[in-house]
Structures are given as structure tokens and as C-alpha cells.
Design a protein around this ligand. Sequence first.
Ligand SMILES: [Zn+2]
Length: 234
Amino acid sequence: MSRISALFALQQTDSEIEGRLASIAQIEVAMSNTATLEIAREAASEAETSFIAVRSKLRDLENAAEDSERHALELEKKLYGGQIKGTKEMGAAQSEIATFRQRRKEQDDQSVEAMVSLEEAEAANKAAKANLAEAQAEWDKSTASLKEEHARLEGQLPGLRSVREQRAKAAMPADLPIYEKLRGQKQSIAVAEVQNGKTCGRCRVELPLAKQQQVKSGMNIVNCPSCGRILFLK
Ligand SMILES: [Zn+2]
């Protein structure tokens, strides 16, 4: 292996490691983004709360209507059973019965309205629950494949790191700091492959003839006159 091809091999492994790390980071971001699920969960909880409130309101109205009716019946029993005597008292009882009956009628009307609301709230509750179940299933499904991919990529790292170690050892020790420094400056790509024997594979600049000759030997580090990367010719 020539001096420069050792650096190129190292570059390839570094790029592979970097690609895996970037994908792992992306997966972690995707897995932490639970916004859609949270919205569905909140909507389901709100729909449930409102359904319970309407149901309890209806029950209260029905109980109140029953009470009104019972009071009216009790008074009627007393009135027609002869327990209430005197014209004035009987008149008062009749007026009270009429008030209870009127109240009961109003409460029945309100119950009918509440029943309609209850039907709507029940339908909304069911829909929100179904939506949440769907969002949850979607989430489970997508995170299952994300988790799998995450584990697959993580599993590749130790092997790649040991290849990297070997490749770093195969390079000339004095070249490593040069390589690392360039990687830091050039978006992690320190070595550019020369294409067609004359063009920098990274910045696409055509190399002067003298440089082309130097690159061919593969013995010394030759930098691209434009982007500064180490040039490598297969
Ligand atoms: Zn270049």
C-alpha cells in the first residue's frame, strides 16, 4: 500500500463511521419526536372528560325531574286523600303541584337537549380514542423499525472502529496529524480522489501537469492547488 492510498483507505473508513453516526443521531431525533402522539393523547383525554361531564349532567337532570315528579305526586296524594283541608291550603297545594310539574317539564326538555349532547360527546370520544389507537400503532410500528435500524448501525461501529485503527496504523505516523488537521478544515474529507488522472474529485479543478505527475508516484503528499486536500490516484 502506498503512502497516499493508506490515507485514502483511512478516509473511507472515517467517512463510513461518520455516516453511521449521522444516521444514528437522526434516528434518535425521530424517536424523541412524540408530538403527534401527544396531541392525539391530549385530544382523547379531553373528549373523555367532556363525555363524562355531559353524562353526569344528564343524570343530574333526570334525577331532578324524578324529584319534581315525586314531590308533585306526594302533594296530589295528600290533596286528594283529604289530608289537606281548607280552601286556602288546597289552593296553595294546587299551585305548588303546578310549579313542580312546570319544573319537571323544563327539566325533561333540558334532558332531551343533554341526550343529544351526550350522543355527540360519545361519538367524539369514540373517534378520539380510535385516532389515538391509530397514532399509537403508527408510532409503535415506526419506532420498531427505527430501533432495529439504530441497533444495526450501532452494531457496525465496533467493526468499523477496529478497521479504522488498523488503517491508521498502516499510514505513516507523520501523515496522521496532517490528515486530521485537513479533516477538521475540509468538512471531514481530507483526501480527494483524482479523476481521469487530472481532476480533483472534490473541487473538480483540473490539476497542472506537474501536479499530475507528482500524484502518479503516490510517494509524497500532494495537495490540490484549489481545495487543499491530499490528492490520491488509484
Ligand atoms: Zn480540490
